[in-house]
Design a protein around this ligand. Structure first.
Ligand code: PLP
Length: 429
């Protein structure tokens, strides 16, 4: 039976009590990265083009290593993931007014990147597994004029990439990948970020490598990379980039590509380099934690947790689950109860945008043309709205031990049980 909203007090006595660690506490930056950062600070040369004698330098080196990690020829370090998306869309050829397909389930900076290039989004439905709905994608391609897809693998959920590529290839759709949550993930052994024309990653603190803010863009297309480097603000110093095409590739774009100034600096690159080396080991640590939480939540009959495809290698840095039969008030109350016990859940069903959980229907800053062209798709995604209305989301920081993860999941399971049994004896405690 679906629970009702209940009282927030007097319910912890028989249970496992309160969890006291922070869900936003990241691990310290590795010592090697701190030393490298201090060396950059001592040098006084933080700007990526400041040291003419050293063409590599931490920023160009990070680009080289990142390109190697993805097994792609070109990479560019930027000021943020959202900024990388914006110049990736420009470099891929999106013009003002162009329709761009994009998952209805994504985060605000993705909508921001679309808005920054004056694109008209065509929002695509979401599956219960939180991936882009490929049937709806095919429908949207047929019924719109969009020639670009900005695929956001929101919270690390990858769709069937083989089928997605087939759809894009058949319809001549240019694929731009938002891999903010899939750095290190793969489909059929192929890394996220290597499927499309260009891919963007974030190194903001809650992502898989942490420089506070930062972004990376990767591609195997020399024209896209030449334009992206010029957009990022290279002051024509593109020969200082080592994961970049030959200078001749820049020639056609030198006079036509504005400088949108959004470089990464040596300090952040120095902080990221050692973290990139630790990434795969950290993914194993995340996934052990994820599986502990997943197993406990899956044992509750109220919880809908879609099984992940065996073709997907995911990074369990967060977990999502749904309470599909629960009304909004009960979910809000449950979220608040968990919060009182120190377990921070985000809920995507909130009426107003709150924290990191805004939704496609909150992003009302796009030109009305995008609504009138395709009213049903642009204005309302019933399936996505339904799924997000009962979707809860939780970070899994590596500062949590495996025992911590067990406790957190147990608290969630207890609160679900309590809310469900309170339905039989409403508020009788
Ligand atoms: C799905 C997704 N895409 C893109 C971004 C943008 O990254 P950044 O914060 O580095 O601009 C974020 C940031 O959280 C994100 O969650």
């Amino acid at each position: 039976m679906a629970p009702q909203a209940g009282s927030l007090v007097g319910h912890t006595d028989t249970m496992t009590g309160r969890f006291n660690k922070s869900f936003t506490q990241q691990e310290p930056i590795p010592e090697a990265a701190i030393e490298a950062a201090v060396a950059v600070l001592r040098s006084g040369q933080l700007h990526r083009y400041s040291d003419a004698s050293d063409s590599a330098g931490p920023t160009a080196l990070l680009e080289q290593r990142f390109a190697q990690y993805l097994d792609l020829p070109f990479a560019l370090a930027c000021a943020s993931g959202g900024y990388a998306l914006s110049i990736a869309l420009h470099a891929a050829g999106v013009e003002p007014g162009d329709q761009v397909l994009c998952n209805g389930f994504t985060l605000a900076p993705v909508a921001g990147a679309l808005h920054s290039v004056a694109a008209a989004p065509v929002w695509v439905e979401t599956t219960p597994g939180l991936t882009i709905d490929l049937d709806h994608l095919a429908h949207c391609i047929r019924t719109s004029e969009a020639r670009f897809l900005l695929l956001s693998c929101m919270r690390g959920h990858m769709p069937d990439m083989e089928r997605l590529l087939q759809i894009c290839d058949e319809q001549d759709i240019c694929l731009v990948e938002d891999c903010a949550h899939t750095l290190g993930a793969a489909w059929d052994g192929r890394r996220s970020g290597t499927f499309g024309s260009v891919a963007c990653f974030s190194t903001q603190s809650y992502k898989h490598i942490n420089s506070g803010e930062g972004g990376l863009l990767a591609t195997s297309d020399p024209d896209i990379m030449a334009k992206a480097i010029l957009y990022s603000g290279s002051y024509m110093l593109y020969d200082r980039h080592s994961a970049a095409p030959e200078p001749a590739a820049f020639e056609p774009y030198i006079y036509t590509t504005p400088n949108y100034s959004g470089r990464m600096d040596h300090l952040r690159a120095a902080v990221l380099l050692p973290q990139l080396e630790q990434l795969d080991a950290n993914i194993e640590r995340w996934n052990r934690r994820y599986r502990i939480i997943e197993a406990i939540l899956a044992s509750s009959s109220a919880v809908a947790l879609e099984p992940r495809s065996t073709r997907e290698f995911y990074v369990g840095s967060s977990i999502q689950f749904r309470l599909p039969t629960w009304p909004a008030e009960a979910i809000a109350c449950f979220r608040d109860r968990c919060s009182l016990r120190g377990v921070v859940l985000k809920w995507f069903g909130e009426e107003r945008p709150r924290g990191y959980t805004s939704r496609y229907d909150h992003w009302q800053f796009f030109a009305p043309e995008s609504e009138t062209t395709h009213p049903s798709e642009a204005v309302l995604l019933p399936q996505t709205t339904e799924i997000l209305s009962t979707l809860l989301d939780m970070r899994i920081p590596l500062t949590f031990s495996e025992a911590d993860c067990e406790r957190v999941a147990t608290i969630i399971a207890e609160e679900i049980h309590l809310a469900t049994s309170a339905t039989e004896q409403p508020h009788g405690r």
